[in-house]
Ligand binder design. Structure first.
Ligand SMILES: [Zn+2]
Ligand SMILES: [Zn+2]
Ligand SMILES: [Zn+2]
Length: 713
C-alpha cells in the first residue's frame, strides 16, 4: 500500500474510499496531523478482515480521539468540494457535486485501458522513455497543456517509463531512459526498483519517495510490493502508472516542480515542469516539461559506488538557471534555483574573502602575505578569518535555501557528517563554492561567539568532522564544523564521456605511482628546490619526471607517463589577443603558456591505447609569489578528461608558494599512503586549521571522494 491508488480490495464503504483518497492526498502530510491518527488510520486501511461497519467505527474513533485529524479531514473535504466547484472550463474532471465518495484507486487494476498508448509494450530493444502528464484526480484524464491550473487545487502527476506516450509532456524532446545502466538485480534479476520523488516550492507536494518497478524490458509498473523485495503481486494488481498528488498554492503565476527518478539514491533521470497557475482553470495555460538530467555512463558503476548520504544534482535547463536538488537519505530535501549571475557573484565574493585571509593590499600597491613562515596564523586571527568566511558562507546558504522550510530541511538532512555527491551534467564554466557553505544562523555585522567545544575538537582529533556541542549551536555561533568543507566530504565529479565511468582508482595496476611534474621556473628557486626534493622522497618508487618545457610536458602526457600529474605552476589571466576569454592559462617553464586548447590538441593528435588504463590524478597547485590572479581551473577539468584523468584537484585562488608546497606535499603523501581524495583533502584542511590557517577551504576536488591511487604492493 505504499503507492497511491493501489489496494487489493474494493473499498468496503464510502468512508474507506474517502480515507484512501485522504491517504493519497497532500493533506496526509500536514504537520499537525497526529502520528497516532495516521497510524490508526493506516492500520484500518491494512486490515483485510474488517466489515464495513467495523471500518466505519474505527474511522470515527480516530476522528473523535484526535483533534487535528478531525480538522485535517474537514480541510480535505473542503478542498475536494472547492476543487470540484472551481472548474470553469471543459472538460470538467468530475461534475458530481458534494463530498468525494468516489472509490479512488479502488479497482484492483489501477488503470483501465489507457487511451494515450502507454500500454503499448515497447519492443525488447526499443528505447524507453519517462512519460509525464498532469491529470485531474478521480477522472485521471489528462489536463491539456494549454490549461491554466487553478490555485489551491489538487492534481496528480502521472508517471511511467515505457514506450513514448503521445500525451507525455516530454514527448516533444524525448530522451531515452538509461535503463541499461541499472544493475538488474531486483526481483531475482528481472528488473530494477526505482524511486520517484517530486520537489518544488511552488506546489504542495507530499515529501516521500514512490517506488516504481522497471522490468528489464517492457513498461514500468506500480504494485503493493515493498521495494527491492521480489514481487508477490499478480499482474492484475499492477498499475501502469504512478500517480503523485500535488496541490497548487494560492499565488497565481508560473509554478515549477521537479520529478526525479533515482536508483538506490543515485539519480538516473529528472524532468523540470513549469505550469501556469491562475485563480481558476482556463485556457491560455502553457505547461511545459523537459528532461534536464540523464545519467550517463560516467556515473554508471552504480553498484560499486559508495552509498551517498546526500546527493546534490545540479542541472542547467534551457533558462540558463542552475537547478540544485538536494536528496537526503530519507527523501528529497528541496529544489533550489540559482541564476548564472548569482553563481558568478557568489564565487567572486568567496574568492575575495579567501584572498583576504591570505593577503592584504599595502598602501604602495604591493601585497603583504598574512600567513607566517610556519604557514599558520595566531589564534585570534583565525577567529577573525573564520568569522569573515562564515558571513560569506551564510550568504551562500541563504542564496541556496531561501525559505525557512528549505533551510530547516537542508540543516536537518546534512546535520551529521555526510558524503555529498554533486552531480553536474555539464560542468560548463560554473562551480559553486560548496565547502564554504555555513549553516549556523548568523546576523549580519555581528562578531559570532566561538564554540569552545568545536575548537577543542579540532585540537583533539585531526580527522574530526562534527562538533560535540552541535546541539548547542545557537544563533551567531562560530564553529568550524558549521562549514560544509570541515564537516562533509564533498565530491564533484564531472560527468565523463559516454562509455567512461566515474573513476575510483587512478594509476596502473601493479605499478608504483610516478609523478609528472609541470613546473614554473619563474618562482622562488630555493622554495621550489626544497619542494621537488620532498616530492622525490615521496615518489621514491615511481619517480618524478620534471617538465620545464611545454614540449616535454606534451610528451609526458601523451606517453601517459605518470599516475599523478602535478602542476606546480602559475595561473595567468588569458591574453585577450591570443587566448579564449574566461580561461585560465597555466604558465610553466620560462613563461610558456598552456591552455585547455593545447591539451585538446595534444590529446586529439596522439593515440591513447594506455591512457585509459592509467587514468591519472591531476593536481593543479596554483602558486606564485603572491598575487590576485584568477585561478579558475574548470576549463582544465574538462580538458584533462581528454587524457582520461580520474580526477582534478585545484585551488580557487592563487596560493603563496611556501603554503602551496606544504599543501601539495601533504596531499600527495596521503594519497601515496592509500588515502582517498575526500579524506586526504579533509586532512590537509584540518592540519592547516590547527595552525590557524583556513585556506584549506580554497581547494576543490573534481572527482569521486573515494578516488584512490593504485599503490603497488
Ligand atoms: Zn509487485
Ligand atoms: Zn561547535
Ligand atoms: Zn601572478
Amino acid at each position: 500500500m505504499d503507492e497511491p491508488g493501489t489496494y487489493l480490495w474494493e473499498p468496503r464503504c464510502p468512508a474507506e474510499a474517502e480515507l484512501r483518497a485522504l491517504r493519497d492526498s497532500v493533506f496526509w502530510q500536514r504537520p499537525e496531523l497526529e502520528e497516532g491518527a495516521r497510524q490508526e488510520w493506516e492500520a484500518l486501511l491494512r486490515s483485510a478482515d474488517l466489515d464495513a461497519e467495523q471500518f466505519i467505527d474505527g474511522f470515527n474513533e480516530v476522528v473523535g480521539e484526535y483533534e487535528a485529524a478531525r480538522r485535517v479531514l474537514e480541510l480535505f473535504r473542503e478542498a475536494q468540494e472547492g476543487g470540484l466547484r472551481g472548474t470553469h472550463t471543459e472538460p470538467d474532471p468530475d461534475p458530481r457535486p458534494g463530498r468525494v465518495t468516489d472509490p479512488v484507486g479502488s479497482a484492483p487494476v489501477a488503470d483501465g485501458p489507457v487511451p494515450d498508448g502507454t500500454t503499448a509494450e515497447p519492443g525488447p530493444d526499443a528505447d524507453r522513455f519517462l512519460n509525464l502528464a498532469i491529470v485531474w484526480p478521480l477522472s485521471r484524464k489528462t489536463v491539456p497543456a494549454d490549461r491554466v491550473l487553478a490555485a489551491g487545487r489538487s492534481y496528480e502527476l502521472r508517471v511511467d517509463i515505457g514506450a513514448l506516450s503521445a500525451e507525455s509532456l516530454l514527448a516533444e524532446r524525448p530522451r531515452p531512459f538509461p535503463g541499461d545502466l541499472l544493475d538488474h538485480t531486483d526481483d531475482d534479476g528481472r528488473g530494477d526498483w526505482l524511486e520517484a520523488t517530486v520537489l518544488g516550492d511552488d506546489f504542495a507536494v507530499p515529501v516521500r519517495r514512490h517506488g516504481i518497478f522497471l522490468p528489464q524490458t517492457g513498461s514500468s509498473w506500480v504494485c503493493p510490493c515493498p521495494p527491492h523485495a521480489p514481487h508477490a503481486c499478480e499482474p492484475v494488481h499492477r498499475g501502469a502508472h504512478l500517480y503523485i498528488p500535488f496541490t497548487t498554492l494560492g499565488e497565481p503565476g508560473p509554478a515549477r516542480l521537479h520529478l526525479l527518478v533515482s536508483y538506490r539514491g543515485n539519480q538516473v533521470q529528472s524532468a523540470a515542469l513549469t505550469a501556469l497557475v491562475g485563480a481558476a482553470e482556463s485556457r491560455g495555460g502553457d505547461t511545459v516539461a523537459t528532461v534536464d538530467y540523464t545519467l550517463t555512463a560516467g556515473f554508471a558503476q552504480l553498484a560499486t559506488l559508495p552509498a551517498r548520504t546526500a546527493a546534490v544534482r545540479v542541472g542547467r535547463p534551457d533558462g540558463g538557471a542552475m537547478t540544485i536538488d538536494v536528496i537526503g537519505q530519507n527523501g528529497p530535501v528541496s529544489s533550489f534555483w540559482l541564476t548564472e549571475h548569482q553563481v558568478r557573484g557568489a564565487l567572486k565574493d568567496v574568492r575575495g574573502a579567501l584572498f583576504g585571509v591570505h593577503a592584504v593590499n599595502r598602501e604602495d600597491g604591493s601585497l603583504e602575505n598574512l600567513i607566517d613562515e610556519n604557514n599558520g596564523k595566531p589564534a585570534g586571527d583565525l577567529r577573525r578569518d573564520l568569522a569573515a568566511l562564515a558571513h560569506k558562507g551564510a550568504d551562500l546558504f541563504l542564496l541556496l535555501a531561501r525559505s525557512k522550510p528549505e533551510r530547516e530541511a537542508l540543516r536537518q538532512a546534512l546535520k551529521a557528517p555526510s558524503e555529498i555527491q554533486i552531480c553536474q551534467e555539464e560542468l560548463g564554466h560554473l562551480t559553486f563554492p560548496w565547502s564554504l557553505l555555513y549553516d549556523i544562523p548568523l546576523d549580519t555585522g555581528v562578531r559570532p561567539a566561538p564554540c569552545d567545544a568545536g575548537w577543542a575538537e579540532i585540537e583533539r582529533r585531526d580527522a574530526a568532522r562534527s562538533c560535540p556541542a552541535e546541539s548547542g549551536h545557537g544563533r551567531n555561533t562560530l564553529c568550524p564544523f558549521g562549514f560544509w568543507g570541515y564537516r562533509h566530504f564533498i565530491e564533484q565529479p564531472p560527468s565523463a564521456a559516454p562509455g567512461r565511468r566515474l573513476r575510483l582508482w587512478a594509476g596502473r595496476e601493479g605499478e608504483a605511482p610516478a609523478l609528472t611534474l609541470a613546473r614554473s621556473l619563474t618562482v622562488d628557486a630555493p622554495l621550489m628546490d626544497h619542494h621537488v626534493a620532498q616530492l622525490r622522497r615521496h615518489f621514491v618508487l615511481g619517480g618524478v619526471r620534471e617538465c620545464d618545457r611545454k614540449e616535454v610536458l606534451r610528451q609526458a602526457l601523451v606517453d601517459a607517463a605518470g599516475a599523478c600529474v602535478y602542476f606546480y605552476a602559475h595561473g595567468r589571466r588569458p591574453d585577450p589577443l591570443t587566448d579564449a576569454p574566461a580561461t585560465t592559462v597555466l604558465e610553466i617553464g620560462q613563461g610558456e603558456r598552456v591552455t585547455p586548447r593545447d591539451l585538446a590538441s595534444w590529446a586529439d593528435t596522439s593515440p591513447d591505447p594506455d591512457r585509459d588504463e592509467v587514468a591519472p590524478l591531476v593536481f593543479l597547485n596554483g602558486c606564485h609569489t603572491l598575487d590576485s590572479d584568477p585561478a579558475s581551473w574548470l576549463t582544465f577539468v574538462e580538458a584533462f578528461s581528454a587524457f582520461s584523468a580520474a580526477g582534478v584537484v585545484g585551488t580557487e585562488i592563487m596560493i603563496e608558494q611556501g603554503l602551496a608546497n606544504e599543501i601539495g606535499e601533504q596531499f600527495w603523501e596521503q594519497l601515496l599512503l592509500g588515502e582517498a581524495v575526500g579524506p586526504a583533502l579533509h586532512k590537509v584542511r584540518m592540519t592547516l586549521l590547527r595552525k590557524g590557517n583556513a585556506l584549506g577551504l580554497a581547494y576543490t576536488a573534481y572527482c569521486s571522494a573515494a578516488l584512490r591511487l593504485r599503490v603497488a604492493a
